[in-house]
Design a protein around this ligand. Structure first.
Ligand code: DX5
Ligand code: ZN
Length: 224
């Protein structure tokens, strides 16, 4: 069965922070469709990175989808500011919220698309009641905080389970995977059900960014 090419979302966490405008330009010229913006508060994830102002500053530079991944406590506190900044997707962590259903409604009322993410230790089952409300489900295949880690293979099963649930429940969320995705494992990950491939290190360290995108899309087994 020929699957359609994956959407590629390079993660800005692996870009050179001293020149994000160049990184945005590079991502667009390489043929990627999304830009993945990792937001960390130093509590939920033991690192600090971008904020709503980062999104506001890169918004006028690109028409690409700004896919914001909030690895933060109290994600509801950031919905308004990211909407004003021009974020397209606001994806928060199921582990960081009691009232996920309410947060999803607030993301949509603010004009963004709602996504939810689960860390490697969280089972797919916690999402079941939310699936009909979601535009994106992000499977984090590393422990949150840093780029350049190895993918945790057991996370692939979550993709297949979520793809099956989507069909069974007639839902429409995009399935994304994030963490340790490379030109070598992208095809396997796509065959497991991923619609969106987030890649930080594999994209920004590639000698040929266009070839990297083609490979991450599953259009070529290896980069090049
Ligand atoms: C990790 C972030 C990921 C990371 C991906 O906490 O959510 O988006 O930047 O980077 P790579 O592709 O290098 O694992
Ligand atoms: Zn991420």
């Amino acid at each position: 069965m020929t699957r359609k090419p994956a959407i590629v979302a390079p993660s800005m966490l692996s870009a050179n922070f001293s020149n994000l405008a160049d990184a945005v330009k590079l991502v667009g010229e390489a043929g990627a469709e999304w830009i993945h913006v990792d937001v960390m508060d130093g509590h939920f994830a033991k690192n600090l990175s971008f904020c709503a102002k980062t999104v506001a500053d890169i918004r006028p530079l690109t028409k690409l989808v700004l896919d914001c991944h909030l690895m933060v406590d109290n994600p509801q506190d950031y919905v308004e500011s990211f909407a004003e900044a021009g974020a397209d997707y606001f994806t928060f962590h199921a582990e960081a919220a009691v009232h996920s259903h309410r947060i999803i409604q607030s993301i949509k009322s603010a004009g963004m698309k709602a996504g939810i993410c689960i860390v490697p230790g969280t089972p797919v089952g916690v999402l079941e009641e939310l699936l009909p409300e979601l535009e994106q489900v992000l499977v984090l295949s590393v422990n949150p905080g840093f780029g350049g880690q190895k993918m945790i293979p057991s996370c692939l099963d979550k993709l297949s389970k979520l793809a099956a649930l989507r069909k069974e429940r007639n839902c429409h969320y995009l399935l994304s995977i994030d963490g340790g995705i490379t030109m070598d494992n992208a095809l396997t990950v796509i065959e497991s059900g991923a619609d969106v491939i987030v890649a930080g290190n594999a994209f920004f360290s590639a000698p040929d960014h266009k070839a990297a995108v083609r490979s991450l899309k599953g259009l070529a087994r290896q980069a090049g």
